[in-house]
Design a protein around this ligand. Sequence first.
Ligand SMILES: C[S@@+](CC[C@H](N)C(=O)[O-])C[C@H]1O[C@@H](n2cnc3c(N)ncnc32)[C@H](O)[C@@H]1O
Ligand SMILES: [Zn+2]
Length: 394
Amino acid sequence: MAKNHATNSGLVGSEQTLSGAGETSTNNTQQGRLWGNLESEERFCILVGDSHDLVRGLPTIHSVVTSPPYFRKRTYGQASGEIGQEHELEGFLENLVSVFDAIPLHPRGSVWVNLGDTRRGDGLLMVPYRFAIKMQDHGWRLMDEVIWAKSVTHTDGSTSGHGMIEPARSRLNGNGFEPLFRFVKCAPKEAWTDWCAVSVPRAGAESTRYLPDELMVTTSAVEGRCLNNVWQIPTGGNRHEHYATYPVALCERPIAMTCPMWVCSECGQMRTRLVEMVPYDEGKRRDRRIGKYRHAEGEQLNEDSGRMDAGRGYVARKPTTTGWTDCGHTAWTNGIALDPFCGTATTGEVALKLGRRFIGIDLYENNAAIANQRCLEVIQELDRKGLNPWALER
Ligand SMILES: C[S@@+](CC[C@H](N)C(=O)[O-])C[C@H]1O[C@@H](n2cnc3c(N)ncnc32)[C@H](O)[C@@H]1O
Ligand SMILES: [Zn+2]
């Protein structure tokens, strides 16, 4: 890694030349220089400054995973451009949406945003939903809404997970969940999505993990079932001095699912998994039949898989990877994940462990320095353990 330095509007972590990123944005106003190529082993870069200004000069971004400051919750420093300090909610929403609008996102890329609500005398302001509506007004498509369940109360009163306690007397503890939104600009079918990377295991069926658990803590099953949109993930800070961090497990799936491991540096193709649905033995004793249909003696049942209401014989099928798209250029580089409000770079840690490149931006030098250090340590740890995500992806 090149010499580390930090300036108020510059770069922490790397002074390599910008190359190998393929389709870089033409408006490269960034002070300092960005990515090296794969040979230079340049894997990340942390920028210090206001993301409003800095995102415009970035190379093409494949996935954004971030938790911006919440509206009037806490201050991170004294800088005037700090998001979340606006007096009016409308100004906060405008500022936030304008950052996402300015990112040079790949046409098939995704933007994931975790945002909590703010309570005023009148009650909840519904900040996350007003933000999502404003994104839609700006042409973004809301593809996924995930409930990040920090703490769940079961019918017997027991709880799973941890949410901050709250001494509320006239209402419920509001710290049980937060939303996580995924936005895209393209048609849903065009959005780059590796759903197998984040599938969940099928009961009684063998499957392989997308990456080993030293690299990805959330369990995945490449031949599994489509993941649903409520994720129970405990909160839990990290050892870095920053109060508003999100957990590693929360940003693993977004990166695995929407930031490609491989992107062609010549034509920009995002390498895509090719999947075939192949019948497998569910271990059931009798043929499964679904729907109300009763067939006459000797009649062949139509085989089908999927919808359970058609009155047909049901054949369980699971996704089997048959290969990956290949443009033929043999110029693969890794996809880039961006966190424009990176704090201590939780997104960075995950992106690097998952074999992607990372760009982080934070307004404050002290946060950027922590982020830089954390990313360096992740790379050193991977080297020390001889773990190479590019060779291990399934
Ligand atoms: C909620 S924290 C992000 C924490 C991060 N997800 C983590 O796990 O460490 C939001 C961050 O946004 C930064 N920030 C606020 N306004 C900003 C701006 N205009 N440009 C860049 N960063 C900003 C703050 O300094 C803070 O570190
Ligand atoms: Zn190509």
